[in-house]
Design a protein around this ligand. Structure first.
Ligand SMILES: NC(=O)c1ccc[n+]([C@@H]2O[C@H](COP(=O)([O-])OP(=O)(O)OC[C@H]3O[C@@H](n4cnc5c(N)ncnc54)[C@H](O)[C@@H]3O)[C@@H](O)[C@H]2O)c1
Length: 575
């Protein structure tokens, strides 16, 4: 099998390039050499059989030489670099080390080993320096204005000299700004997306009038591939987009998409500019287009995809988890958790891999065996502990550690009417109240966890009750009571999921945490529901029910609806 070495493949562009190329070119073994800088992540690259990651700093000649000797790559795609312009003003020597020396070490290894690998150097349009109205061609003069660009230009010069002096074959690629998934949050677009999603202002340098062109990383990857397949000789290629925007225009676009407003002032903060900030990089890409390459993702499309929130749903096969997935998929990206959440390590790895913006925890146990209800848990304490406590707690712990927002679907069935909250006195249980109902194994566990959620700053504990939907389902509370031989009719708080799920997602996105009573305002009794549906029923007292029909006691209560929610009074739902 032939080998391809990719350097810096755990970074933004390198990882996208690998995810594109590795499954496509199965005849090649891809070896990713990366030293795992602060901006990189091994999880950026999907796992494939013909892919291998080796932690290696390319400034280390011995190790680099050893690996190149071992793998004798046909091609090297060299992405590894310090890539943040702002950082290069603070530590130019670091940039010189990784960008210029790192490139030279690779070239020197090839020279010493007498390897004939084709060397793809991923450079930047910033090597041209600031442009006015004239598009830069591949043979335009290089006049870098910041240390990052200067170290990249210096690497190009060394490569050129290795071509002339040692017959090194190469191609140089000078790219516009690139954007897309996996980009580290220090760069303009991911940084502003992150700030806006956290309700913070975008920090725009100077007056924001600098112009930038952005090419999507997918198009960048296909361009590199095209140059590999069709480019001839020692050539330089510009890769760019025909679209150009000012930084302020990009910021406004992101505000529109994420905040759904044109009230930009609230989300923009103008800050001191860089020591020097190029006004514009205008490049000519006709040479690349001549090979047959086309940009396929325009900025509007690429950015709309990128701002979508990523949700990871656990319990997605359950009734409510499934409704969550459907609702989430309307405007967001929805992943369904595959690991069992009691397995801390496995589920943590899965979360690290998916890297969601939000985790939805819709796991829990409300039935099993011959029981269609919580009575099942009276004789199954281990399952109760595992599914109603340990597994959701693991998710909350992991989200806390990784700073991910977690929506936990809790229950309101941890309260019962008492002397202060009598039936009909209009005093309901609030979010601050602690559980007072411990009559069933289910409620005891859920109550314990309800209390514990107060310690998590990333968890939104949504207490729902007797959930109903307009569609029928064996778990829908209305379908349940329709099937009961006898009902006891006590006014209760209930949750109409068709309204409540979009509301829960809305407040989650708005950054709400803590406990929220997600019930429709007011109370309704079982007989009122069945009356409204024209169903016949037989009544039974709660005492009789608990003595004759069920193993565990049931909670009845009135919860005060959280004022952050917009829900229809429960009685109006049945009108
Ligand atoms: N992102 C852009 O907009 C853009 C535009 C044009 C060109 N480029 C160039 O494309 C390349 C990739 O950029 P990116 O945005 O993916 O950068 P990135 O910072 O996301 O990734 C760079 C990767 O290189 C690795 N790396 C750095 N120094 C290393 C060393 N000494 N040894 C081994 N690995 C090392 C890092 O760990 C990281 O994984 C860079 O060469 C950059 O100059 C980027």
């Amino acid at each position: 099998m032939k080998n391809i070495v990719v350097t810096g493949g755990c970074g933004f562009i390198g990882s996208n390039f690998l995810n594109y190329m590795v499954p496509k070119y199965k005849d090649y073994q891809f070896i990713n050499l990366d030293c795992l800088n602060y901006c990189s992540n091994v999880e950026n690259v999907k796992s494939f059989e013909n892919y291998q990651f080796i932690e290696c700093n390319i400034t280390n000649l011995d190790m680099t030489k050893f690996l190149l000797q071992k793998y004798e790559p046909e091609v090297i795609f060299h992405f590894a670099a310090q890539s943040h312009v702002d950082g290069s003003f603070e530590d130019p020597l670091r940039y010189l080390e990784d960008n210029t020396k790192g490139t030279t070490v690779l070239l020197e290894s090839l020279r010493i080993l007498k390897l004939k690998s084709l060397f793809f150097h991923i450079s930047t349009d910033e090597v041209y320096g600031e442009s006015s109205d004239v598009e830069m061609l591949e043979n335009s003069i290089l006049l870098p204005t910041n240390p990052y660009a200067a170290t990249k230009a210096a690497a190009e010069m060394l490569l050129h000299s290795y071509g002339k002096s040692f017959n090194q074959e190469y191609k140089i690629i000078r790219g516009n700004n690139v954007y897309g998934p996996n980009q580290f949050k220090e760069k303009l677009i991911p940084k502003f997306i992150d700030l806006l999603k956290n309700n913070k202002k975008c920090t725009v340098h100077g007056d924001g009038q600098m112009k930038r062109s952005f090419v999507h990383v997918y198009d960048f990857s296909t361009a590199v591939e095209m140059i590999w397949l069709k480019g001839e000789g020692r050539q330089i290629y510009n890769i760019g987009s025909s679209e150009e925007f000012t930084v302020l225009e990009i910021t406004k676009k992101l505000i529109q998409l994420i905040k759904k407003t044109e009230d930009y002032e609230n989300y923009i903060l103008l800050v001191k500019d860089r020591s020097f900030n190029d006004n514009r990089y205008l490049i000519d890409c006709e040479k690349l287009k001549g090979l047959g390459w086309k940009q396929t993702i325009n900025f509007e499309k690429g950015i709309s995809e990128l701002v979508k929130d990523k949700f990871l749903v656990y319990g997605s096969k359950g009734w409510i988890g499934n409704i969550f997935c459907q609702e989430i998929s309307k405007e967001n990206i929805c992943f369904q958790g595959k690991e069992r959440c009691e397995n801390y390590e496995k589920v943590r790895n899965e979360i690290l891999k998916v890297r969601p913006d939000y985790v939805i925890c819709s796991i829990g146990r409300t039935h099993g065996g011959i029981y269609n209800n919580i009575d099942y848990l009276e004789n199954n304490p281990e399952i109760n502990q595992r599914d109603n406590f340990d597994a959701p707690k693991n998710l909350m712990d992991i989200c806390e550690e990784l700073n991910i927002k977690c929506l936990y679907l809790g229950t309101g069935c941890i309260f019962e009417y008492d002397d202060n909250h009598t039936i009909g006195n209009g005093v309901g249980f609030t979010e601050e109240d602690s559980p007072n109902f411990f009559g069933s194994a289910y409620s005891r566990k859920k109550g314990e966890l309800d209390l514990l959620t107060r310690q998590y700053k990333n968890t939104l504990n949504c207490r729902i009750r007797m959930p109903i939907t307009k569609d029928s389902n064996p778990r829908n509370f209305v379908d349940k009571i329709k099937s009961f031989e006898k009902i006891c009719s006590i006014p209760n708080s209930m949750t109409y999921l068709d309204e409540a799920i979009p509301e829960m997602l809305r407040i989650l996105k708005e950054g709400k945490t803590g406990t929220v009573n997600v019930v429709n305002p007011g109370v309704i009794s079982h007989s009122e529901i069945l009356d409204s549906l024209g169903c016949k029923y037989n009544l039974i007292t709660i005492e009789e029910l608990e003595k004759k029909c069920v193993k565990a006691r049931r909670s009845n209560n009135y919860l005060v609806t959280s004022d952050c929610l917009n829900l229809t009074p429960i009685k109006d739902i049945f009108k």
